[in-house]
Design a protein around this ligand. Sequence first.
Ligand SMILES: NC(=O)c1ccc[n+]([C@@H]2O[C@H](COP(=O)([O-])OP(=O)(O)OC[C@H]3O[C@@H](n4cnc5c(N)ncnc54)[C@H](O)[C@@H]3O)[C@@H](O)[C@H]2O)c1
Ligand SMILES: O=C(O)[C@H](O)COP(=O)(O)O
Length: 389
Amino acid sequence: MYKVQTLNNISVKGLERLPREQYEVASEIGHPDAILVRSAKMHDMEIPTTVKAIGRAGAGVNNIPVEVMSRRGVAVFNAPGANANAVKELVLAAMLLAARNICQAWDFARRLEGDDASINQQTEAGKKNFVGFELPGRTLGVVGLGAIGVKVANAARLLGMEVIGFDPQITVRRAWQLASDVRQAHTVDEVVANSDFVTLHVPLNEHTKGLINAERLSLMPEQAVVLNFSRAGIVDDEAVIAALDGGRLHGYMCDFPSNRLKDHPKVVTLPHLGASTREAEENCAIMVADQVRDYLENGNVRNSVNFPDMNMPRGGKGDRLAVVNANVPNMLGQISTALADAGLNIDDMYNKSRGDLAYTLVDVEGKIPDAVTQRIADVEGVLHVRVIE
Ligand SMILES: NC(=O)c1ccc[n+]([C@@H]2O[C@H](COP(=O)([O-])OP(=O)(O)OC[C@H]3O[C@@H](n4cnc5c(N)ncnc54)[C@H](O)[C@@H]3O)[C@@H](O)[C@H]2O)c1
Ligand SMILES: O=C(O)[C@H](O)COP(=O)(O)O
């Protein structure tokens, strides 16, 4: 029986992928084999030594101590693209909210008092304060052309906007998906200097923290709009507030409320709603549950952020050994010697590396005795080893 701990609400559609006969799933559970999580912060959490996999039912993994997990040989998975449409739709909504001053105007309308004739009179007198602008012909700058950025860029083209994008590590797959008339920028500065709207779709890390700062805001055209549906921290809140108060920025639309931001008249903060659609929650949960299950039951790896992709079909009649180790010479030699010394014949073997980490699956004829597993676990550089029956 595998044990899976959930740290957030994970869609039942995903949990249903873990059959009850084989899986015990609960928010509180001893000795879990895997953890399923959304945005719960795991950096200060004591992660049990029994954990072999962490599945993030979503995109961003900045809430997970990925490097620490890599050193422990724990695989971390996410659900790339599974919530991209949900975020795209919210970004489009936010662009329209900003362009037409909808939140401010709605707020005005909700505060109207008096009889209907008076409300009508106040409406007609007040509407001049909310005159907006239209999207066709305006330029949208997209920083980060991954699953979400590409969808936002393509949708903006269909709305008649010019689009300029920047992503120095764009994948071939995303480049194929991107509308061919999206202009390529070579720096973030080039994006911000040429965009009426700038939208951010990059992970939060040491390179993207404070990506939109006072200097970059000063390059933006007058009355531009910044959209941040990626992470708090990618935008310097103080710099944005200064740019809004100084009249350079028209608005700041984001998914991350804070005391400084939430009541500002030119800021709209939503409560981290980007991925909060039924469809996205289901997509993410299903994708990550399937991946974690395949890893626990077969050792296969798909959409991990720290392990190499690996898919070795189960054909053999014996045990499968899964070894996570440092990516250094002679590890395979030591693993196969330990098996050979125990008289175990290798049926199939697959080894791949990713950065400092290497991962090996070995199918043997017969059962692997505990002593052999222990001998391999004791090899210097082996981070984690397990036998899958
Ligand atoms: N608001 C929400 O609810 C919500 C939902 C989903 C994702 N997100 C956030 O959005 C981020 C992006 O999600 P995604 O699914 O598009 O991820 P993704 O991995 O598909 O795309 C990220 C892209 O950013 C690019 N990139 C990385 N560093 C960059 C830099 N310094 N400059 C330019 N490009 C850079 C990468 O090359 C990649 O193409 C996630 O990491 C997450 O933090 C938020
Ligand atoms: O990175 C993500 O996928 C989003 O921020 C979604 O977070 P959530 O799963 O907590 O809604």
